[in-house]
Design a protein around this ligand. Structure first.
Ligand SMILES: *[C@@H]1O[C@H](CO)[C@@H](O)[C@H](O)[C@H]1NC(C)=O
Length: 245
């Protein structure tokens, strides 16, 4: 009797701890339209004519988006220097460590390349972007810090890449005759994106200009299902929105 009471108490304690775990109830994948971003910012890369990741933002109902949830979080730079680990820690079998470091090297290299392709740091040149990783670091500390209990740095970035891979928004828009170089109503863009998300996306416009800037797609915390996004209300819903070429 006492034992089962203890067990159930323990259960309740663990359960309530796990619910404070993530402390977020959805994830917003924010995709940027580079021509609009580069029109407003000084870009150092060839402007890609396709959507790129801005960030993956944990969110929960409330007046403001979550941010900087874990102030002491550190960002580990993606690099290809894991061979150093091999030479320093030859404690296990040499072959095992060699294979492990080759594998880690391969993974890190792949992550760096995938991020550089799908999460382009537009404001700096490619070499500095791969080395200094300012946008990735900024996003991770600001937003990745709010889903730490579920996603570590590697799983956070892989999840963002995996979620982005599920949508080809440029193609979706094109199917609905929405192409760069012309203007469309908010509803036209919203409805076109919604055909693939089923749930309300967040269509964002450039501050002070009627340009299509970003599209947010929202998911449940595990990324398995889509949910409605918080609406940023940055677009003029009565006029036209320019899809910059
Ligand atoms: C745009 O990106 C998507 C996936 O992110 C890709 O499948 C598609 O081929 C790209 N389109 C162009 C025109 O590059």
């Amino acid at each position: 009797m006492f034992k089962s009471l203890l067990t159930s108490t323990l259960f309740i304690v663990l359960f309530s701890l796990s619910s404070t775990y993530g402390d977020f109830d959805k994830l917003q994948l924010v995709l940027t339209w580079p021509p609009s971003f580069c029109h407003a910012n000084n870009c150092q890369r060839i402007v890609p004519k396709n959507f790129t990741i801005h960030g993956l933002w944990p969110d929960k109902e409330g007046p403001q988006l979550l941010k900087y949830c874990k102030p002491k979080l550190t960002y580990n730079y993606f690099s290809v220097s894991s061979f150093i680990i091999f030479f320093r820690t030859g404690s296990f079998s040499v072959l095992f460590n060699l294979l492990k470091s080759l594998f880690l090297n391969f993974l890190q290299d792949k992550m760096l390349n995938d991020l550089d392709k799908h999460w382009i740091q537009l404001k700096i040149d490619q070499a500095s972007a791969r080395k200094d990783q300012p946008a990735w670091k900024y996003q991770y500390l600001k937003h990745g810090s709010c889903c730490q209990k579920i996603y570590n740095q590697n799983t956070y970035f892989s999840l963002a890449l995996r979620l982005k891979d599920r949508f080809d928004l440029l193609r979706t828009l094109q199917i609905h005759r929405i192409v760069p170089g012309s203007s469309y109503t908010f509803e036209e863009i919203f409805d076109a994106v919604k055909t693939v998300t089923q749930m309300d996306p967040d269509i964002k416009c450039t501050e002070g200009a009627p340009n299509l800037y970003e599209i947010g797609i929202c998911f449940t915390p595990n990324g398995d299902s889509l949910v409605r996004c918080r609406q940023s209300e940055t677009c003029d819903k009565t006029g036209k929105i320019f899809f910059r070429p």
